[in-house]
Design a protein around this ligand. Structure first.
Ligand code: URP
Ligand code: ZN
Ligand code: ZN
Ligand code: ZN
Length: 472
C-alpha cells in the first residue's frame, strides 16, 4: 500500500523544505513536488512539520530496580513513546555476574517481543569484565547487533562496576567496534554520604540530592573520559545533569577524545527545589543523578546549542507514586530512582528549546533523532528523511498549545513529572515503517509490531539489514 504525505514541511538535521514523501513497503521511495500518486493514500500534513521519528537512546522498560519493577513495560512504554513522536527506543538490558550474556539478552527479547509498538534495540549492561565475559562479546555484537555497552559507576553493591571493568570494557569496545556508555557518578562516595545522612536522621527526599552532589558526577565523568583517552576508545555519558560533568566532557572533547554526552528533559526544566515538595511528593522527582540548582539548566541548554552535549534521552524509568515511590517514606535510599518521561521528550525540547530560541529546528532533529542514529549504528535506516530510509515519520503541529498532565498522558504511572506545564507543539500522527501507530492523536498500532533492530558497529552506517559500510 502506497502512502503520499502532502503539504508538510520536511525538517531534517540539515534542511527545511516543502515537499511530498512517497512511502512504499515501509520505506521512503520518493521525495519531491507533484509526485505521481499511483493511487496512494493521501495524508495531508498542511501546517505541520514532518520530522524523522524520534529515537530515544535511553529507556528502562519492564526493569527491576530498587526492589520493585518499572510501571511501564514495552507495551505501555512504547505506546506513550509513539504519542510523543518517538519511533525507536534503545532499552537497557541488565545482566548479572556469572549469568551468560545471551541469557540476559533473551530475557529482554521476551519482555519486548509481543508488546512493542515501535522499533527497538538494546544496550547491554556490563557489570564485570573478565575473560569469560570478553569471549561472549563477539556474539553480542555480531549476532545480536548490540553495539553499545553500559557501565554503571554508581549504585554500589547493586549495579556498580569497578574501574578495571570500565577500562577493560573500553579496550574491548575499541577492538570490537562498540560504544561504551557510563552512568557517571562516584558510587563509593555516594555510599558513604548516604549512610552518614541516614545516621544523622536525614531521611527526606531532598537528601537524595544532597548526598549526590555535582562534584561526584563531575569526578566520575572526568575519570571515565580520562580512561577513554587512555584506551583510545569511545564513550557516551548518559543523563548529564550539571556544569561539572559538562566541563569534563568539554575538556575531553577539546583533547580530541571520542566522548559524547546526553542530557534529559528533566534536567533542562526541573530543579532541586522539587525534591522539597511537601507530603513526600519530592519522591516523584528522585533521579540519579539528581535534579540540580536551577542555574545548571542554562549550562545544559548552552551545551546542546554549542554541541558539547549531542543528544537527549528520556531515561524513562517510571514508578507509581502510590506503592512504589512511597517505598522510600522514612528512608530516601529506598525511593526507586527514575521517572516517566518517554512521552514528553520531544515536546519539551521543541517547546522549551526551539520555540524559546535556545536551539534551532535542525538542531532539534539532530539532538532527538539523527545524531542518536549515527552514534548507535542505525543511520541512515533510521534518523533522517531520505530515499531508502525507513518511513518512520512524525507529523507535528508546531502551534498547538497544551498542558502536560497525568490526565492527558499515556504512560501507565499515576503522576506526571511535568504536571501543569504549558507546551507548544504536538505530534499529530506517527508512522513506523510506513504504518500509522498514532493517527490524528489516536492510537492505531498493534502490540508486537515493533521490530528488533540489529545495529551497526560504532562508526558504521546501517542503511538496511544487509548493508553495512564504513563511514568517512
Ligand atoms: O534515576 C535514574 N536515572 N533511574 C534509572 C536508572 C539509571 O541510572 O539510569
Ligand atoms: Zn510508482
Ligand atoms: Zn543511570
Ligand atoms: Zn537510565
Amino acid at each position: 500500500m502506497l502512502k503520499l504525505i502532502k503539504n508538510g514541511t520536511i525538517v531534517t538535521a540539515t534542511d527545511i523544505y516543502k515537499a511530498e514523501i512517497l512511502i512504499e513497503d515501509g520505506k521512503i521511495t520518493a521525495i519531491g513536488t507533484n509526485l505521481p500518486t499511483h493511487g496512494a493514500e493521501i495524508i495531508d500534513a498542511n501546517g505541520c512539520y514532518v520530522f524523522p521519528g524520534g529515537i530515544d537512546p535511553h529507556t528502562h522498560l519492564d526493569m527491576p530496580f530498587g526492589g520493585t519493577i518499572t510501571k511501564d513495560d514495552f507495551e505501555s512504554g512504547t505506546i506513550a513513546a509513539a504519542f510523543g513522536g518517538t519511533t525507536t527506543v534503545i532499552d537497557f538490558c541488565l545482566s548479572n555476574k556469572g549469568v551468560p550474556l545471551s541469557q540476559s539478552i533473551q530475557t529482554w527479547h521476551n519482555k519486548a517481543k509481543d508488546k512493542a509498538v515501535i522499533d527497538y534495540g538494546f544496550h547491554l549492561m556490563i557489570g564485570e569484565m573478565n575473560d569469560e565475559v570478553l569471549k561472549q562479546l563477539d556474539g553480542v555484537i555480531n549476532e545480536e547487533g548490540i553495539t553499545s555497552f553500559k557501565v554503571f559507576m554508581a549504585y554500589k553493591n547493586v549495579l556498580q562496576a569497578d574501574d578495571e571493568t570500565l577500562f577493560r570494557t573500553l579496550i574491548a569496545a575499541k577492538e570490537l567496534g562498540a560504544l561504551v556508555m557510563v552512568h557517571g557518578e562516584n558510587g563509593d562516595v555516594i555510599d558513604y554520604l548516604t549512610k552518614k545522612a541516614l545516621e544523622d536522621g536525614n531521611t527526606d527526599p531532598i537528601y537524595h540530592a544532597l548526598t549526590r552532589p555535582p562534584e561526584v558526577e563531575g569526578e566520575a565523568t572526568g575519570r571515565a573520559a580520562t580512561l577513554t583517552g587512555l584506551a583510545g576508545s569511545q564513550l557516551y555519558v548518559v543523563h548529564v545533569s550539571c556544569a561539572e560533568a559538562v566541563q569534563k566532557i568539554t575538556e575531553a572533547r577539546n583533547k580530541g577524545f571520542n566522548v559524547w554526552g546526553e542530557t534529559c528533559p528533566q534536567y533542562l526544566v526541573l530543579d532541586q527545589t522539587y525534591l522539597e515538595k511537601p507530603n513526600f511528593e519530592g519522591a516523584k522527582y528522585v533521579w540519579s543523578p539528581p535534579l540540580r540548582e536551577k542555574w545548571n539548566q542554562d549550562v545544559l541548554w548552552n551545551a546542546l546549542k554549542t554541541g558539547q552535549l549531542q543528544t537527549i534521552g528520556s531515561d524513562q524509568c517510571s514508578f507509581d507514586f502510590k506503592g512504589q515511590k512511597e517505598l522510600g517514606r522514612g528512608d530516601f535510599t529506598k525511593i526507586p530512582n527514575g521517572g516517566p518521561i518517554i512521552e514528553d521528550r520531544l515536546s519539551i525540547l521543541f517547546s522549551e528549546g526551539v520555540k524559546k530560541g535556545r536551539i534551532t529546528l535542525n538542531q532539534f532533529v539532530d539532538i532527538t533523532s539523527t545524531r542518536i542514529a549515527k552514534l548507535f549504528g542505525l543511520f541512515p535506516k533510521k534518523g533522517t528523511i531520505t530515499i531508502g530510509a525507513d518511513a518512520d515519520l512524525v507529523i507535528f503541529d508546531p502551534n498547538v498549545q497544551r498542558t502536560l498532565s497525568v490526565e492527558a498522558h499515556h504512560m501507565a504511572v499515576d503522576y506526571s513529572a511535568f504536571e501543569g506545564m504549558e507546551v507548544t507543539g504536538e505530534p499529530i500522527s506517527v508512522l513506523v515503517r510506513g504504518e500509522f501507530v498514532v493517527r490524528n492523536k489516536k492510537f492505531v498500532g498493534t502490540p508486537g509490531s515493533g521490530q528488533y533492530l540489529k545495529r551497526a558497529k560504532y562508526g558504521m552506517l546501517r542503511s538496511s539489514d544487509q548493508d553495512e559500510r564504513q563511514t568517512i
